[in-house]
Design a protein around this ligand. Structure first.
Ligand code: OOG
Ligand code: NI
Length: 460
């Protein structure tokens, strides 16, 4: 029976492709973005700096044009718990916890993604998933009203719920059911141009926080962006500006380097879209809402806790001196300060490995003459083993806050909120989130011991 089930990796890849096709028709600028990214990636892979990327053959290069992440914002604990069950059918599990309270964004988040090296190589589609913190609405009446509206909505189709239950009961879905599942689940992410609240309620929610209005006023958690992976984000950013897309002022994350670390991101600003708000007398009022945008990302090596600590401290030191302005007026000064400060990070893979700053996969160049002394550093020095970066598959809270803010507009409010709680989030989710650092360490350890085993066997 089991062998007749569709692979979760295949369901996830189909779902990612279906989302991309849907978003392309909903937001035509996303189609432009895909073209820019495909052109830049092809130019980079065929260009002089391709070798420097040091991507793992058959793993990181073949998947690049298929690769993307998306984001949704959910309203209730029940929605989050059900979403986790739906994603699990596609082999996506909650990894990491993102506290965005310091950025005055009334949500906390996780990323649903595949967790093993094989599953990531097959298709790394991730969904940054936020849960609204309704308790941050200070007006009691408005908070109660928002809770009542959310309590009434059902964001999953009956078919999606039934097929999720079927997958759980059987331990998988047939190919036929998997195809239906993808189509049913897609409905949850679709844009609805008809709001489910009247315009006065929308305006009130909007003045509490624009993100609250975005979550509470609609039938479902429309996908708010899809983000393809680029190999050269600076070239892609220039491409965006040339094609007239309203690009964000600065690229978030670390500066440009020969050996990229973590994640660099930029976006084009949310589009203003017409929305119909129902009135009590049965007519509708037309208004507008800005929610959906496009983003591109460049991924680099995953950092160890030590490397991440250095990254966080270096970034914080820069941002204590200069914060990028929304209008781009100090963008060049900010990027220069960033490049300067990040000189503390070695810009070669071996240097990062030696200092324990980043995670790597190992491959065997040749079998050594003697297998007596299998010391990793010696084997690297002798050129027996070679390193390639383990790509960072997660997100960065400071960058995510910057992405949220540039799409909420400058009037979205800057007061920071009371701290969020991982324990509260996990209670809503119904399970705990995985520790991303532990996952990278496992991939590195497995890669090294596979190489050492092979060398030992060859020496016997
Ligand atoms: C999510 C923003 C964060 C990223 O890539 O860091 C994000 C949202 O706007 O819902 O997608
Ligand atoms: Ni994003």
């Amino acid at each position: 029976m089991t062998q007749n089930f569709a692979q979760p990796d295949t369901i996830r890849a189909d779902f990612s492709a279906a989302m991309s096709a849907m978003y392309r028709t909903e937001v035509p600028a996303y189609g432009d973005l895909l073209e820019i990214v495909q052109d830049t990636n092809a130019a980079t892979l065929n260009g002089p700096s391709a070798a420097g990327l040091n991507l793992t053959p058959d793993e990181d290069t073949t998947r690049i044009s298929e690769e993307r992440h998306g984001a949704i914002r959910l309203g209730t604990a029940d929605e989050l718990a059900m979403m986790a069950r739906v994603f699990a059918v596609m082999g996506m599990y909650p990894v990491g916890y993102y506290d965005l309270s310091a950025a005055a964004v009334p949500v906390h988040s996780t990323a649903f993604r595949p967790t093993t090296r094989a599953a990531l190589a097959a298709n790394p589609f991730r969904v940054f998933t936020s849960l609204l913190r309704l308790e941050l609405i200070t007006d009691d009446t408005l908070r109660a009203q928002a809770a009542a509206i959310l309590a009434k909505r059902q964001i999953f189709t009956a078919g999606a719920v039934a097929l999720t239950e079927k997958a759980e009961a059987q331990g998988g879905l047939s190919s036929e059911d998997a195809t239906k599942f993808v189509a049913e689940v897609l409905e949850t992410f679709r844009w609805h141009a008809d709001a489910c609240v009247d315009i006065d309620t929308f305006n009130q929610l909007n003045s509490a926080h624009r993100l609250i209005a975005d979550v509470v006023s609609f039938k479902g958690p429309h996908i708010n962006h899809l983000t393809p992976r680029t190999l050269d984000i600076d070239a892609a950013q220039v491409g965006m500006v040339e094609r007239g897309l309203p690009a964000k002022a600065v690229v978030e994350g670390p500066p440009r380097r020969d050996c990229p670390i973590l994640l660099r991101q930029t976006s084009f600003k949310a589009l203003e879209e017409p929305v119909k708000f129902p009135s009590a007398d049965g007519t509708a009022t037309v208004g507008s809402h800005t929610a959906r945008f496009g983003e591109i990302e460049q991924r680099g090596v995953a950092l160890t806790p030590k490397g991440r600590d250095l990254y966080d401290r270096t970034l914080a030191a820069v941002r204590a001196e200069i914060l990028p302005a929304g209008d781009g007026s100090n963008a060049a000064a900010y990027m220069a300060a960033l490049s300067d400060a990040f000189k503390v990070f070695p810009d070669d893979w071996r240097g990062m490995y030696d200092q324990g700053l980043a995670h790597f996969k190992f491959s065997i160049d040749h079998i050594p003459d003697t297998t007596r002394d299998l010391d990793t550093v010696a084997l690297l020095d002798e050129g027996v083993l070679t390193l390639s970066p383990i790509i960072y598959e997660d997100f960065l809270p400071v960058s995510a806050a910057g992405i949220f803010q540039s799409n909420l507009g400058d009037d979205a409010g800057q007061d920071s909120h009371s701290a969020s709680s991982k324990a509260e989030f996990e209670k809503a989710l119904g399970t705990s989130v995985a520790d991303e650092f532990a996952l990278y360490q496992q991939i590195e350890d497995a890669s090294l011991s596979a190489c050492l085993d092979q060398i030992r066997k060859a020496g016997q």
